[in-house]
Every structure is written in structure tokens, then in C-alpha cells.
Design a protein around this ligand. Structure first.
Ligand SMILES: Cc1cc2nc3c(=O)[nH]c(=O)nc-3n(C[C@H](O)[C@H](O)[C@H](O)COP(=O)(O)O)c2cc1C
Length: 182
């Protein structure tokens, strides 16, 4: 029991990082993360994704300006934008979530940090696609930022709480709402 806990500890708390040091992310780290992403499981192994590695500051600043809740993104040295073929939207959304979690977890395990920035909806997605040169028929709604964390604090004046609900509020046994038999 204890051994499992210590094995899981490095990935139990993968915080959303919104403040980064300017230190560049080396190409081999980016490559390792892209490899990790590539091996994500997907519905029917469809692998509906493509990735755009973005380091250009001006481009990152433009993406960060799409809406205030993601204006922190330009502090990161690098982002990986996720592009989906959109053929199966429900599967695509699920696959994208799995993929994102891998990038965030992988970055954390390599001593970096990550944060997802959602462009914000159809109008912002279209503008992000223009900034990144993504064809109209593809889906793009987020960029996953990677870098060395400068702070784990949320710099925004109003952000969500950082904790998590306790298991006692989340889990039932055998039937909805039933507690564990002693
Ligand atoms: C679908 C989705 C959209 C998100 N959009 C944003 C966003 O626009 N800006 C932001 O700073 N964080 C965004 N986040 C990150 C969440 O706020 C974060 O995962 C949550 O607050 C937990 O953070 P913590 O693990 O650091 O406690 C998003 C997360 C998800 C899953």
C-alpha cells in the first residue's frame, strides 16, 4: 500500500502552472513530451491529433490576448497547440483530455510544469486558427503551455479554488450513495 502511494505521488498533484521562468525548454524535452503525447490512447486508436510547437513570443502574446483568463500564457517559453480532425467530436474531446493530461503529467515528471489555456469559444478558436495558420475545417481550442514554474500561484484576481473534493463526497460502494461495508 505504502509503496504504491509513493509511486503515485509524483503524479497525484499536477498543478496548473500560470507563471513561468523564461528559461527555454530544450528540444529534447519537447521531443520526449511529443512522444508521450503520440502514444496516448484514443477512441478506435483514431489518433485524431496534430501538434504545433509554438515558441514565437509575438504569436504567444496574440494567443494570450484572446481573453483575460489566459493572458498568463505568454509568460511561458513554449506551448503545444492541439489540433483535432473533428471527425468525431465526442471522441475527439475525450481523446484531447487524455492527451492534455499526458503533456501536463510528463512535463511535471521532467521537472517542468504545464498549463492548459483554452481559447474560449468559436470566435476565439477561429482567431487562434488564423494566428497559427490552421485550416478552417480542423478543430483547435487549446494550447498547453510548458516551462519551468516560477510560482504555483494563480496570478489572476479571480481563479478557481485549488483543492479537491474529499473521497467521502465522491465515492459510493455497490450502489449510488451507499457507504463501504465494514
Ligand atoms: C477544459 C478546461 C479548460 C480550462 N481553461 C482554463 C483557462 O482558460 N485558463 C486557465 O488559467 N486555466 C484553465 N484550465 C485549468 C483549470 O482551471 C485547472 O485545471 C483547475 O483549476 C485545477 O487546477 P489545479 O490542478 O492547479 O488545482 C482549464 C482546464 C480545463 C480542463
Amino acid at each position: 500500500m505504502l509503496r504504491v502511494l509513493s509511486d503515485l505521488k509524483p503524479i497525484r498533484r499536477v498543478s496548473q502552472i500560470r507563471q513561468y521562468s523564461p528559461e527555454p525548454v530544450p528540444d529534447d524535452v519537447v521531443h520526449q513530451l511529443l512522444e508521450l503525447a503520440r502514444w496516448t490512447g484514443s477512441a478506435k486508436n483514431g489518433q485524431p491529433w496534430r501538434f504545433i510547437v509554438v515558441r514565437d513570443k509575438d504569436r504567444l502574446r496574440k494567443l494570450g490576448a484572446l481573453r483575460p483568463p489566459i493572458n498568463w500564457l505568454a509568460s511561458a517559453p513554449l506551448g503545444i497547440a492541439i489540433v483535432l480532425d473533428g471527425a468525431e467530436p465526442m471522441f475527439g474531446a475525450y481523446d484531447e483530455g487524455r492527451l492534455t493530461e499526458r503533456l501536463l503529467t510528463g512535463a511535471t515528471l521532467l521537472g517542468y510544469g504545464g498549463g492548459t489555456a483554452w481559447f474560449g469559444g468559436p470566435a476565439q478558436d477561429a482567431e487562434a486558427k488564423r494566428i497559427l495558420g490552421i485550416p478552417d475545417d480542423l478543430t483547435a481550442r487549446q494550447i498547453v503551455m510548458i516551462g519551468r514554474p516560477k510560482s504555483r500561484e494563480d496570478p489572476r484576481p479571480t481563479g478557481p479554488m485549488r483543492g479537491r473534493k474529499p473521497l467521502s463526497e465522491l465515492v459510493s460502494y455497490e450502489r449510488w450513495g451507499a457507504s463501504k461495508q465494514k
